[in-house]
Design a binder for this molecule. Structure first.
Ligand code: HEM
Ligand code: SF4
Length: 550
């Protein structure tokens, strides 16, 4: 993980002081609300339905134990004692006072954290695979590239006022996409070309929200060291041609669609030709310098499948289920990756209390070299757990609420805050998630259903990624009443696809039953080994429609 140097610290402290001054002036009435707005947004501060909301970046999803403890303290001292992990590897506080935000930012700066560019029309936090650097099938660790993008894009004067917000995601694994790169403004896929050289496949113009789009590829292979100049060329074309007259048409996805991906790519190439060899071009030294921060922790030399583990799994069905569902293969023998789902029924997905943040800090120190990762599915990961300590970890965290063994299942729901906190919501989403989790409380049945992504958003902004849920739920407003529209067949995986709308929407109380009917159609039609998405893709939407609207 990147560690700040003196310059980083100084820049951040100066930024905090600057924002303190801006906030003081706003509170004293010397800055009008519309003058303060872009300033506060660039510092992660929204003003929401019930209170302000502060969004803090977690670069490439990584947190150290001291940072977790600091988040815990902030949530206790300035908020209501909890924090919310989002679908973009950020963390949000929902109840800070505007006057306290400069103090919060100062507290964050002390532990090398910030809220820079987590809102506003600029380049947002670059996200990546939560298993980066430890999984078995990646070409190389994507995190150094995320860090290079962060250093290049932070305070970039040319890209501080884009037509709209801008999101970049990086994925490095040929087989799996855990970063949903095809639904980002720019998605980067680390690849080797035919000559065995290393670089990026570049997707541009994906995104969710009002107009969901799976991003097209505009360049099959970009050499590694050209990364930043090429990104600069894309951003320039967007900054120049992107629509500023209509907020709903301002995202790069609209521009790429309107121009066509080919024409957009040509414009990028033409721009790139000017700046390809500019000082922004990466050097081997610059890349290697950042890579030094992502070296391996001090792994011990261990064997896979220690004897005790088999016995523990045989003796505890609950532990065995958790291992099957929530534990993944690690590149080092004797280690594994443990995902702790924040999806206990009755707790809003992604929410953690101050106490839990501290418990997570303790767990990372005890079991995973003091580091944690957050995922875009609103879960957290201990990436370097010794297999011979897995049972102890599971026992320790069970009473903390982290051992729910439902990763990737129907009850591991992605869910935005919806009408409970968000000013833009058409409907609540948290109670829908809870009602579905409650209805599907038989874990054997849930396991039998296999992998299913169920994603819920409270409005068309799609913070809950409903378009790419195998089952998507969208809050809609019908004459002042809260209703829910369902879509089926979305995926954010390698074979990314957008869900298709099932039909007329439903009242909240009907939702669990509707989901049950959808699941019944799957169960009746699936062949052995098929996932929900496989079955849907084979049989289409009609059988689901017939059953649900019968
Ligand atoms: C509570 C305050 C929030 C506000 C006011 C807000 C606002 C918005 C808006 C206006 C959009 C639409 C952007 C567009 O289509 O151009 C959006 C999209 C999005 N937001 Fe939020 N959001 C909030 C919270 C969250 C949370 C809690 C999450 C994660 C759980 C999140 C993650 C996202 C994601 C992933 C998108 C998808 C956008 C895309 O296609 O780029 N947001 N949000
Ligand atoms: S999807 Fe809508 S309701 Fe949910 S957080 Fe985003 S803006 Fe708010």
């Amino acid at each position: 993980m990147y560690v700040y140097d003196e310059y980083d610290r100084q820049i951040l402290n100066e930024r905090v002081a600057q924002f303190r001054h801006q906030t003081d002036r706003a509170l004293a009435g010397e800055l009008a609300e519309d003058e303060f707005l872009p300033l506060r947004l660039q510092n992660g501060l929204y003003v929401q339905r019930l209170a302000p909301m502060l969004r803090i970046a977690i670069p490439y999803g990584m947190l150290r134990a001291n940072q977790l403890r600091r988040l815990a303290r902030i949530s206790r001292d300035y908020d209501k004692g909890y924090a919310h992990f989002t679908t973009r590897q950020n963390v949000q506080f929902n109840w800070p006072a505007v006057a306290d935000v400069p103090d919060i930012l100062a507290e964050l700066a002390e532990v090398e954290m910030h809220a820079n560019q987590t809102s506003g029309n600029c380049i947002r936090n670059t996200t990546t695979d939560q298993f980066a650097g430890v999984q078995t099938e990646e070409l190389t660790d994507p995190r150094p590239y995320c860090e290079l993008i962060r250093q290049w894009s932070t305070y970039h004067p040319e890209f501080a006022f884009l037509p709209r917000k801008f999101k970049i995601a990086v994925n490095a694994s040929e087989g799996t996409d855990r970063a949903a790169v095809q639904v980002h403004d720019i998605g980067l896929e680390l690849v080797n070309n035919e000559a065995g050289e290393f670089g990026f496949r570049v997707y541009v113009g994906g995104g969710l929200g009002r107009t969901p789009v799976v991003g097209p590829v505009i360049r099959e292979f970009l050499p590694e060291l050209d990364l930043l100049t090429y990104l600069e060329a894309i951003l320039r074309v967007y900054n120049r041609y992107g629509r500023r007259d209509n907020k709903f048409k301002a995202r790069i996805k609209i521009l790429v669609k309107a121009m066509t991906p080919d024409v957009f790519a040509e414009k990028v190439e033409a721009e790139w030709a000017h700046i390809k060899d500019s000082p922004t071009r990466l050097t081997r030294e610059a890349v290697d310098n950042v890579k030094r921060f992502f070296t391996e922790p001090d792994y011990q030399s261990l064997d896979d499948n220690p004897d005790g583990l088999q016995t523990q799994r045989a003796e505890s069905k609950a532990f065995d289920s958790w291992v099957k569902r929530n534990v993944s293969k690690h590149k080092k023998p004797g280690y594994c990756i443990a995902t702790l789902t924040l999806k206990k029924t009755g707790v809003p997905p992604g929410d953690v209390s101050d106490r839990q943040l501290e418990q997570l800090a303790d767990l990372t120190e005890q079991y995973s070299f003091g580091e944690l990762r957050v995922t875009h599915q609103q879960n957290v990961v201990l990436a370097d757990v010794r297999q011979d300590q897995l049972f102890e970890l599971w026992q320790t965290m069970r009473p903390m609420g982290f051992a729910t063994a439902n990763l990737g299942t129907l009850t591991d729901i992605i869910c935005c805050p919806g009408g409970d906190y968000c000013a833009l919501a058409n409907a609540k989403s948290i109670p829908v998630a809870e009602a579905i989790q409650t209805r599907f409380d038989d874990m054997d049945y849930v396991y039998d259903l296999g992998d299913i992504d169920l994603n819920i958003s409270g409005c068309m902004n799609a913070c809950g990624h409903h378009h790419v849920g195998n089952i998507g739920v969208l809050g809609v407003d019908k004459k002042g009443q809260e209703f829910y529209q369902i879509s089926l067949g979305g995926s954010s995986q390698r074979d990314a696809s957008l869900g298709k709308i099932l039909g007329p929407s439903f009242a909240r109380e009907d939702m669990p039953q509707v989901i049950e009917k959808i699941i019944d159609v799957f169960v009746d039609n699936r062949t052995e080994e098929e996932t929900f998405l496989d079955t849907y893709r084979r049989i289409g939407i009609d059988p689901f429609k017939e059953r649900v609207y019968a």
